[in-house]
Write a protein that binds this ligand. Structure first.
Ligand SMILES: Cc1ncc(COP(=O)(O)O)c(C=O)c1O
Length: 373
């Protein structure tokens, strides 16, 4: 095609079969473990048309070549496992706990060494470099919503001989393109916004580097924990509507963040879209939108639980990226010791925003009244 397409058009048009008479416009689910010899595929552990279609769209959106995995953690571990034994990793102290836990375990067994950093402080991240093979970034981070200056960090890491991988799950490929900002590898939990309906677990790695791609491809076949064709089909169906879902969810998130900030029970709100948020300036520079994750803090865990217990529209559940608004007190989980105990992570969905605010403000007013009496 000789026309440069907008990402929201790519999300709809890429990864379809050839436009031949009678051919389906949507790729059917290919439930076959084996293929007739002589073609592109021979066996289902090495490739499947539904993975290929999803990979084509993700690759086009990120500007690289994509590989899908059975979960976001499958993608994360594929990148981390590739590091030579004894490698050093610099990573956010507030990265997704699964990624941190993977590194902690590897360190316990002497496979990796690590340093944890605040990714919003570029100078201190680069000061932590000492025999480091990989800078692992997440931006915005889960759950504290810290924003990393990816371009500055990638430049500094490369000068120090390290590769840079970015978990861009919260931003999605529509709001942030880490490879364009200088990163070597992008990772996604497709489970979240990309599939978008809380009904699939999948992950992806995207890179421009052919050697990295071929090595990951080989290891995926050998590791054998591959994505299913049905999940890949569902994820691609979800991805087709990502631009629409994000558009609505981001507007809702901005509105709720502003209103939450004005509520007397709320001591702090983090949303990169708020002009006074510490991550705003960098996010405005490197993102095409601020996403749909909002965090807010109340006095303590008891108050936070009273709020979540009073909600009727917003769902008290972990995970994120679905159509429905979910809320999660992250400090209730092991491994989230850095998270303030009264912090609530809100994944803003696509519902009518006034219904969300009525629900949230009713729950906040109730604890506020309770406190006053
Ligand atoms: C930022 C981030 N990365 C990776 C993952 C892991 O993804 P999955 O649950 O698909 O393995 C999660 C899961 O919550 C996440 O929030």
């Amino acid at each position: 095609m000789n026309q440069e397409l907008h990402p929201s058009t790519v999300a709809v048009t890429a990864g379809r079969g050839p436009r031949e008479p009678g051919a389906p416009t949507n790729l059917p689910v290919t439930l076959s473990s084996t293929f007739h010899p002589g073609g592109e595929r021979i066996y289902g552990r090495h490739g499947n048309p539904n993975w290929s279609a999803l990979e084509e769209v993700l690759g086009a959106l990120e500007g690289g070549r994509a590989l899908v995995y059975a979960s976001g953690m499958g993608a994360i571990s594929a990148v981390l496992e590739r590091l030579p034994v004894g490698s050093g990793v610099v990573m956010p102290f507030d990265a997704y706990y699964g990624a941190r836990k993977f590194v902690y375990e590897a360190a316990e067994h002497g496979r990796l060494a690590y340093k944890e950093v605040d990714v919003s402080d570029t100078a201190s991240v680069l000061e932590a470099f000492d025999s480091v093979e990989l800078l692992w970034l997440e931006s915005p981070t889960n759950p504290l919503l810290n924003v990393a200056d990816i371009a500055a960090l990638a430049e500094g890491a490369h000068e120090r001989g390290a590769l840079v991988a970015v978990d861009s799950t919260f931003a999605t490929p529509l709001l942030q393109r880490p490879l364009d900002l200088g990163a070597d590898i992008v990772v996604h939990s497709i489970t979240k916004y990309i599939s978008g309906h809380s009904d699939v677990l999948l992950g992806a790695v995207v890179t421009r580097d052919d050697q990295t791609f071929e090595e990951l491809l080989k290891r995926r076949s050998l590791g054998g924990a591959i994505a299913g064709p049905m999940e890949s089909w569902l994820a691609l169906r979800g991805l087709r509507t990502l631009p629409l879902r994000l558009e609505r969810a981001q507007v809702n998130a901005g509105e709720l963040a502003r209103r939450l900030g004005a509520h007397p029970v709320v001591s702090r709100v983090r949303y990169p879209g708020l002009p006074d948020d510490p991550g705003h300036e960098v996010a405005a520079r490197q993102m095409d939108g601020f996403g749909a994750m909002v965090c807010f803090e109340v006095a303590d865990a008891v108050m936070a639980d009273r709020i979540t217990g009073a909600l009727e529209v917003v769902v008290d559940a972990t995970s994120l990226g679905g159509l429905e608004t979910t809320i999660d007190r992250r400090s209730r989980y092991l491994g989230e010791e850095a998270v303030p105990e009264g912090l609530l992570r809100l994944n803003v969905g696509v519902e009518f925003v006034e219904d969300l605010w009525t629900d949230l403000s009713r729950a906040l007013d109730a604890v506020s009244l309770n406190r006053a009496t």
